[in-house]
Design a protein around this ligand. Structure first.
Ligand code: 0A1
Ligand code: ZN
Length: 849
């Protein structure tokens, strides 16, 4: 085995304030693909809150230092691998200026971190630690400074943070940490609009794209304007610069980035027209535009003291973007979708070797912590806080947060203190949600005696890596009770758990009620309860809580699937009847019906089987799911043609949630129909009026072993549109039959258009293989080997994306011995690769345990 040096972990408990404060930063860029020069002038002074007389340590990576001067006098100190130290002996006791000039090479920076090039455009990504690849600087979020930026380049579009002060010159009046710095230079076109703030200031809004893409910005612009208005109305937050710029970039590791006044976006989260973007793309664009905009207050004006506090800005900003999307669309449907995504990504993470607390206390590589736990569970924790204190108190607490911490770098302790001060709540126990990893499991049992219904709830917090002991958590359970005729006998009531076991009594009832527990998914927990299919069907038909109504349908489907897998039980009639009733219920939102119709994914079933002590068999899960689909299709058959016809969206395309709901429902019906007859799906493909319909119909055909002519037609139609081509690549793999998935993936990696250095294209191919559960976990191990080969190849080029993709392996402990061995062998093989990045190295070490 090749020896590797164990990288040192960074610890929360080691935090100390930085030695100096920076009042002002002046940056000048002379842009050149291979030899960009960066001149920096920092105005510093000793930090009165830090130990006095310390050296000045600046971070810096891959920088050639050309000159260094302190108060105008040259210094001769040489940098090391990770930065530059000016010894205390050379530092004045009062204010001083430090000037550096460095040379960097954006063209050869394939990591897409720091200053890099994409399609001839210069752009930056500095979160979390990219600024140190641009100049020597204390690259930590608690050092906040005002920036002035200028640049030399022939490119016509020259952007940075703040307000423009001249051509290629920018002044940002708001102190900010280095991770919010951004610079863009390119030959771009602007889609421009304006917004007048609550206090009457007129703000210029620009979305910059490559020429030819400007007509694809209308929906992103509309989403931005609605976000700005919503943040004023709901949180009282106004925009604070004269201009707000967004730039769409084709090569980007993540979704988007909230740089002050200059958000940089992955182009797939900006560009949309009805014929190129699906309804899911539209919804995602709206959500991410809002997310990045909302960071202007929750992240930028109030930032994080250190990276352990990442959830302070991310959990809150996700919570806010989820509220926004709920207000713009259907709140119940949005909640159901968010919970399904939480379970698919965060519960999966929390139940495996990569589990970590919402506020971790150690990391090796911070870029590995932009996770579903920090983001989505971080948002759930805020939702629980709001449920516990109430809406009015939540608003008071947020107002206090904004006034108390504006302009500062805060901690989770600060955040909780604001709630305590504003609402009087003691949040000592609640804080466990931030510090203890793992998904709590709740077990519900009940009885009914002498007119009193008693609910017993047990809480169990499983151990996670490095955290063998857990304390009981504070858990708000929203509960309703229904009679067997479906009438609500107890409207939603919040039960607050604080101990390992509780009982709750409900007197004066005439018969044993049916509990509707965890309404609206009031806490991110796994609920175990023995429910009869009859009770589930009553909840599906009558629950007033939309989330639990849908959940009852899923519980029916899950028990049908697991019974079929474990005991070969035939598809139960009560599930078929209950789903048929919902499908035909015209008073229900089509988007809701579409969600209810959708069977749990293969991965979800594997997770469920594992949680109940079984070893999931990917091939059996896949087969069971198809059997149930076919049985449901046959049961619904008499109704399918009329339902499919009824949900055709007439007239011009609208991206509205209502129109999208009709399309989603119709595609769900077409997908069932295709289990019997694929002709309607072929017809739908030929007559598609939007990308949602075209791609949806193609997916159905591929899922049924058809669609080869359509696939060729799709390629011919869209070969020049890179974002649509990502879909073409991905769909063939995600819809491939289990026996063919690895082979098709390999074939597509040899395609001339497989540009593996582009993260969107890499993800379209490699993440689609990982998402094809039965294909990836095929007994041959070919899927595992292929993924490992590609991680080894990508790591030296783009370690962040390689590390992120490695999470496909995180579920290994669920599976049988043979698969566990196959996966662990691949993980060890990758680990032994010479010069592996710290990013991928940390992920492998955590997965290997
Ligand atoms: N703060 C961004 C996420 C982000 C993080 C890291 C990035 O590059 C490595 C890019 C974006 C957000 O929450 O949207
Ligand atoms: Zn964010």
């Amino acid at each position: 085995m090749t020896a590797h040096i164990a990288p040192t972990a960074i610890l929360l408990s080691d935090y100390t304030p930085f030695s100096h404060l920076i009042d002002h930063v002046t940056l000048h860029f002379t842009l050149h693909p291979l030899q960009t020069r960066v001149s920096a002038r920092l105005s510093l002074r000793p930090n009165p809150a830090a130990v006095q007389g310390q050296d000045l340590r600046l971070d810096g990576e891959n920088l050639s230092l050309l000159s260094l001067a302190l108060n105008g006098k040259p210094l001769a100190h040489a940098p090391d691998e990770t930065g530059l130290t000016i010894p205390a002996a050379d530092l004045p006791n009062g204010p001083f200026t430090l000037e550096t000039e460095v040379e960097i090479s954006p063209q050869t920076n394939t990591s897409l971190d720091g200053l890099y090039m994409s399609n001839g455009m210069y752009c930056t990504q500095c979160e979390a630690q990219g600024f140190r690849k641009i100049t020597f600087y204390p690259d930590r979020p608690d050092v906040m400074a005002r920036f002035d930026v200028t640049m030399d380049t022939d490119l016509p579009t020259q952007l940075s943070n703040g307000n423009p002060t001249g051509p290629g010159a920018w002044h940002d009046p708001w102190p900010k940490p280095a991770y919010l710095f951004a610079l863009v230079a390119g030959d771009l076109v602007a889609h421009t609009d304006h917004f007048t703030t609550l206090s009457g200031r007129r703000v210029t809004l620009n979305i910059y794209t490559r020429a030819g893409d400007a007509h694809k910005c209308a929906y992103a612009m509309d989403s931005l304007i609605r976000s700005m208005r919503w943040d004023e109305q709901v949180y009282g937050r106004e925009y604070d610069l004269d201009i707000f710029n967004i730039v769409a970039v084709d090569d980007f590791n993540m979704g988007a980035m909230e740089n002050k006044g200059l958000n940089i976006f992955n182009s797939k989260l900006v560009l949309a027209t009805p014929d190129t973007a699906t309804d899911d793309d539209y919804a995602r664009i709206e959500a991410v535009i809002a997310h990045e905009y909302f960071h202007n207050w929750t992240g930028n004006r109030i930032t994080c003291r250190d990276w352990f506090q990442l959830c302070l800005k991310e959990g809150l900003t996700v919570y806010r973007d989820q509220q926004f999307s709920g207000d713009m669309r259907s709140a119940p449907v949005k909640r159901i979708e968010d919970v399904l995504a939480l379970r698919a990504r965060q519960f999966r993470e929390d139940g495996g070797p990569l589990a970590h607390a919402v506020r971790p206390d150690s990391y090796v590589e911070i870029n590995n912590f932009y996770t579903a736990t920090i983001y989505e569970k971080g948002a759930e924790v805020i939702g629980m806080l709001k449920t516990l204190v109430g809406d009015a108190a939540y608003a008071d607490a947020l107002n206090l947060y904004f006034t108390r911490h504006d302009g500062h770098a805060a901690t989770i302790e600060d955040w909780l203190q604001v709630f305590t001060d504003a609402t009087g709540h003691d949040l000592t126990q609640f804080k466990h949600w931030y510090t203890q990893a793992g998904t709590p499991h709740l077990t519900l049992t009940d009885d009914f005696k002498n007119g009193t219904y008693t609910l017993y709830i047990k809480q169990n917090n499983p151990t996670t890596p490095g955290q063998p002991h857990k304390d009981p958590k504070v858990i708000p359970i929203a509960l309703g009770l229904l009679s067997t005729s479906g009438a609500e006998v107890l409207p939603t009531t919040i039960l607050t758990l604080t101990q390992a076991e509780h009982s709750f009594e409900f007197p004066n009832l005439t018969a044993k009620p049916i509990p509707s527990a965890l309404r609206g998914f009031s806490a991110p927990v796994v609920l175990h309860q023995t429910q009869s299919n009859t009770d589930r069907a009553i909840l599906l038909a009558h629950d007033t809580d939309a989330f639990n109504k849908c959940e009852a349908g899923r519980a029916l489907a899950k028990s049908a699937l697991t019974d079929h897998i474990l005991h070969q039980t035939p598809t139960p009639h009560d599930w078929l009847a209950a789903i048929t009733a919902v499908t035909r219920e015209t008073t229900l939102d089509p988007a809701f019906r579409a969600l209810t119709l959708r069977l749990p994914s293969d991965d979800d079933i594997a997770q469920t089987l594992h949680a109940s002590g079984h070893i999931p068999d990917p091939a059996a899960i896949h087969a069971a799911r198809r059997t149930l689909q076919t049985d449901l299709a046959n049961h619904l058959k008499p109704h399918l043609p009329s339902l499919i016809a009824a949900h055709q969206t007439p007239g011009d395309f609208s991206p509205s949630a209502i129109a999208a709901g009709h399309r989603a429902f119709r595609l769900g019906l077409l997908s069932l129909m295709a289990r019997i007859d694929t002709a309607p799906a072929t017809h739908a493909y030929q007559n598609a009026k939007s990308m949602t319909e075209q791609l949806g119909a193609l997916a159905i055909l591929l899922d049924n072993g058809m669609g080869q002519p359509e696939l060729a037609q799709f390629h011919a139609q869209w070969q020049n549109d890179r974002l649509v081509m990502d879909k073409w690549f991905g769909l063939q793999i995600s819809m491939a039959a289990p026996d063919h998935a690895a082979h098709i993936t390999k074939f597509l990696t040899e395609h001339a258009d497989f540009d593996w250095k582009n993260p969107n294209r890499f993800r379209a191919v490699i993440a689609s293989l990982a998402a094809n559960h039965a294909g990836f976990h095929h007994a041959s191990g070919q899927g595992y080997a292929l993924l490992a080969d590609w991680l080894i190849k990508l790591d030296p080029v783009n370690p962040q994306t390689a590390a992120r993709m490695s999470t496909a392996f995180e579920t290994w402990p669920r599976y049988d011995q043979t698969r566990q061995t196959l996966i662990r062998n691949e993980l060890s093989r990758i680990r032994q690769t010479p010069n592996l990045s710290r990013n991928l190295g940390e992920m492998l070490d955590r997965m290997l345990g």
